[in-house]
Write a protein that binds this ligand. Structure first.
Ligand code: GCO
Ligand code: MN
Ligand code: MN
Length: 389
């Protein structure tokens, strides 16, 4: 059947996504969330590749070693019975009250040390279950009152934490890749390193930058009104797109975590086209949850919808690239220029080229007069996306 997810699509969900019982800051849970084992069963049937988890999604905070062993054994059985894997793991460094003023960036060295201990243990658990990507989302690494925390110190503490954990990973012989996930706010008033671009700048300052990349999320750039497609493009250019969190979000709202493609289908389309055309081989992780109005049957529809939308947009990207009208416009837009300019620009600066360029005479009016039929192109894009073309 068309748009049926395959293992090769690398679609994953977090245990916290379908596990979400529909609680929000204003109201109690409205449904029974899917348990880890139920999620593995349901998603296995739907054709997903795997599930990801925070340590405490699987093993509740404060569990004994014996309880952890029992839970992990049951979970491993469910994974193998349902042909599912765990490609990514992460740590909950935001839920417990001890992290109310940050984990790696807490002013209290005991809290920072406890956070590192929690991550090391969680890395062990994730690795044992097969995870090779480890995500860091610092939900509480921020502030409402800048008077209370020095932001330069906070970034330095974040760096110390990441360097420590890179060393830990190496010392254990783990081949983890770390993926840093930026978010501008929520739950903190402001979260440090708020964008994917900020994370990329930070990574360059780490002791082992080659181990560390990013996990951009649709909702996180979109909350601030930024263009997510551009954010991912920068990560691709840097060779740092290790993982991606797909969902839907309206600009300027609270963190909605909507079904992938629910809002701004055009941006989702250019995102999918980017991932496909640049051969992204990582996990496409749906970090979303069903609406609070959904019952359990509708949660399944939500999960199916995320994957189906991706596959529809993938097909639309093929149609777009093969479309004769699009091709003609793109050829017009991209094939201008002349041999003299190409020679000057290719291969970078030389003294001779610099001299030649400085004395060159340009016909600026002719350059300005070139037509740019973006109206036509964007309308054609709209029609392709809406099944009219
Ligand atoms: C959010 C974040 C989280 C992270 C998760 C994995 O806005 O709550 O997106 O869902 O992705 O903690 O690190
Ligand atoms: Mn999010
Ligand atoms: Mn996320």
């Amino acid at each position: 059947m068309a748009y049926e997810p395959q293992k090769s699509d690398n679609f994953t969900f977090g245990l916290w996504t379908m596990g979400n019982p529909g609680r929000d800051p204003f109201g109690e849970p409205v449904r029974k969330g899917f348990t880890p084992v139920e999620m593995v069963q349901e998603l296995g049937k739907l054709g997903a590749y795997g599930v990801n988890f925070h340590d405490n999604d699987l093993v509740p905070f404060g569990s004994s070693a014996a309880e952890q062993d029992r839970i992990v054994a049951e979970f491993k059985t469910a994974l193998s019975d349902n042909g599912m894997t765990v490609p990514m793991a992460t740590t909950n460094l935001f839920g417990h009250p001890v992290f109310k003023d940050g984990a790696f960036t807490s002013n209290d060295s005991r809290v920072r040390a406890f956070a590192l201990q929690k991550v090391m243990r969680s890395m062990d658990l994730g690795y044992d279950l097969g995870a090779r990507v480890y995500v860091f989302w610092g939900g509480r690494e921020g502030a409402e009152v800048d008077a209370g925390k020095d932001a330069v110190t906070a970034i330095a503490r974040m760096r110390d934490g990441m360097n420590f954990l890179c060393e830990y990973s190496k010392s254990q012989g783990y081949d983890y890749k770390f993926a840093l996930e930026a978010k501008p706010n929520e739950p903190r008033g402001d979260i440090y390193l708020p964008t994917t671009g900020a994370m990329l700048g930070f990574i360059a300052t780490l002791a082992y930058p080659e181990m560390v990349g990013v996990n951009p999320e649709v909702a996180h750039e979109t909350i601030s009104g930024l263009n997510f497609y551009h954010a991912v493009a920068q990560a691709v250019d840097a060779g740092k797109l290790f993982h991606v969190d797909l969902n839907g979000q309206k600009v300027g709202r609270f963190d909605q975590d909507l079904r992938f493609g629910q809002e701004d289908a055009k941006n989702a389309f250019f995102l999918v086209r980017l991932l496909e055309s640049y051969g992204f081989t990582g996990m496409k992780h749906f970090d979303a949850h069903a609406l609070r109005t959904s019952d359990r049957a509708d949660v399944i529809e939500f999960a199916k919808g995320c994957m189906r939308t991706y596959l529809i947009l993938k097909e639309k990207a093929k149609q777009f690239d093969a479309d004769p009208v699009v091709q003609e416009i793109l050829a017009h837009l991209n094939t201008s220029g002349d041999a003299e300019s190409d020679t000057l620009l290719d291969g970078g600066f030389t003294k001779e080229k610099g001299d030649a360029l400085k004395s060159r005479v340009f016909d600026v009016d002719a350059l300005t007069a070139k037509s740019l039929p973006y109206e036509k192109l964007d309308q054609r894009t709209f029609e392709i996306l809406h099944g009219v073309a």
